[in-house]
Design a protein around this ligand. Structure first.
Ligand code: TZP
Ligand code: MG
Length: 206
């Protein structure tokens, strides 16, 4: 499935309250998001598989791929379009082997060493960050700022998406730094109107 990293929504079940994940994603799609990652550090596999299947059905025909955070079994069971792994998750080699060549596989990168050690030939994109400190991810790595983002993006051979504390007002700086797109949780999840919140990334207004 072809993909576009322009505006990549990462879901957070608690932050999506009270609207819930499906309504949030549905509205955000209307607002122009181009990728969705289902991320839940607490749900059971069964719950996450059911959620992923509902999202997959909802996204059918939209051209927006569904990526699963971290859990290969959920990606397989829900026939999601891909998997996103962090540095301490399963090896990219294992994910690629299990999911096949058509799956979209992404890896989180925080440092130049991590980027240089990444198996570029097995990956479709990388997430670069966190750009800023954020309350949306516990124990996140050291923020890299726009300078760090630019340094990583300048040597990155893959499409990249910046993440961490990013809001609509940052889109120009993210582009200038050289990332292909912007990934957010709280700038869309939990916003009163996720459609308008997503649109703001394209219009600069909210
Ligand atoms: N990985 C690095 S920062 C982050 C993740 C999942 C959380 C981003 O959330 P927010 O609310 O957009 O800062
Ligand atoms: Mg992870």
């Amino acid at each position: 499935m072809p993909f576009d990293l322009s505006l990549y929504l990462v879901t957070d079940t608690a932050l999506c309250d009270p609207l819930g994940i499906e309504k949030t994603v549905e509205a955000a799609i209307q607002g122009g998001i181009t990728m969705v990652q289902l991320r839940d550090k607490h749900a059971s596999d069964e719950h996450m598989i059911a959620q992923a299947k509902r999202l997959k059905a909802m996204l059918a025909g939209s051209g927006v791929p569904l990526i699963i955070n971290d859990r290969l079994n959920v990606a397989l069971a829900s026939q999601a379009d891909g998997l996103h792994v962090g540095q301490s998750d399963m090896a990219v080699q294992e994910a690629r082997h299990a999911l096949g060549q058509h799956a979209i596989i992404g890896l989180s990168i925080n440092t130049l060493d991590q980027l240089q050690g990444a198996p570029v030939e097995l990956l479709d994109y990388v997430g670069l960050g966190p750009v800023f400190a954020t309350g949306s991810k516990q124990d996140h790595a050291q923020p890299i700022g726009f300078d760090g983002l630019a340094r990583l993006a300048s040597v990155c051979q893959l499409p990249s998406v910046a993440i961490g504390g990013l809001k609509a007002e940052h889109t120009a700086q993210v582009k200038t730094a050289g990332a292909s797109g912007i990934a957010v949780i709280s700038a869309i999840c939990g916003q009163p109107d996720p459609r308008l919140a997503a649109q703001a990334f394209f219009s600069g207004r909210y």
